[in-house]
Design a binder for this molecule. Sequence first.
Ligand code: HPA
Length: 245
Amino acid sequence: MLAIIGGTGFAQLTNLKITHRQVLRTPYGEPSGPMTFGTINQHEVMFLARHGYGHTIPPHEVNYRANLWSLRDQGATRVIAVTSVGGIRADLVPGTLVVPDQIIDYTYGRNFTYFDGKDKSVTHIDFTRPYNEKVRQQIIAAVKLAGEACVDGGVHAVTQGPRLETAAEINRLERDGADMVGMTGMPEASLAKELGLAYATIAVVVNQAAGRGGSRDGVPLETIGTVMGPAMERVRNILECAVGQ
Ligand code: HPA
C-alpha cells in the first residue's frame, strides 16, 4: 500500500476519500497523529501529517521512528514524502518541485535508528542511494501525467532547525554540494531504509535559502505561505496521478 507523509502546508490530503482514522502506538511511542486511511481513485492510501494535524510538532521533535514504524505496521510498502525546502541552487526558485536523489545530513540529537539498544547485533544499512529509484521514477512520471514539471535529482541538505540558516551556512552547504535545504528529510529517509520501505521525496521550494536572491536581506517568511498554498495543491494533483503507478 502507498503511504503519504505530508509536510508543512500539507496537513490534509483533501483528495483522499477517507474510510477511517486510527490512533496508533509503537514500541517507539506515538506517531505525529492518527493515521488516515482512504482511497484515491479506488487505490488504498494511508496518510500521516508529519507535524501533526494542527501543525504543532517542530522538525526536531517529530517522532520519526514512530511515524515510519506505524506506516510499515499498517501495511505500507511504498512511501512518498512531501517536504518543503529552501532553494540554494539559483534555478530552484520558489514554486519549483524537485525529486531529490541525494541527501547530506546535518541533523543531530534526533532518534535516528532502530538499530540501537543493548544486546542487539550491530547492523548497518547501505545508504549510497538514499531514495528508492523506482518510487522516484513513479513520482516523476506522475508529475508529467499531471501536466507539471519538476527537477529530476538534486542534493537535499537537512538541517536541525527550527531556525533557518545563516547566509554563511548556506554558502557552506553549497560548497558541500547541496542544492536545497530542509529540516525533515532525515532521519526519515534512513529509518525508511532500515525498515525496508521504498521511500522517495517530492520537495517543494518555498523560498530561496538565506542570503540568496529574494532572501538576500533575510528570508521573507511572510511570503512562504503564499507560495506554499498553490504549490501544495499542485502536489495533491501529482499524488493523485502517483497512486495508480
Ligand atoms: N531552510 C531550511 N528548511 C527550510 C527552508 C530553508 O530555507 N525553507 C523551507 N524549509
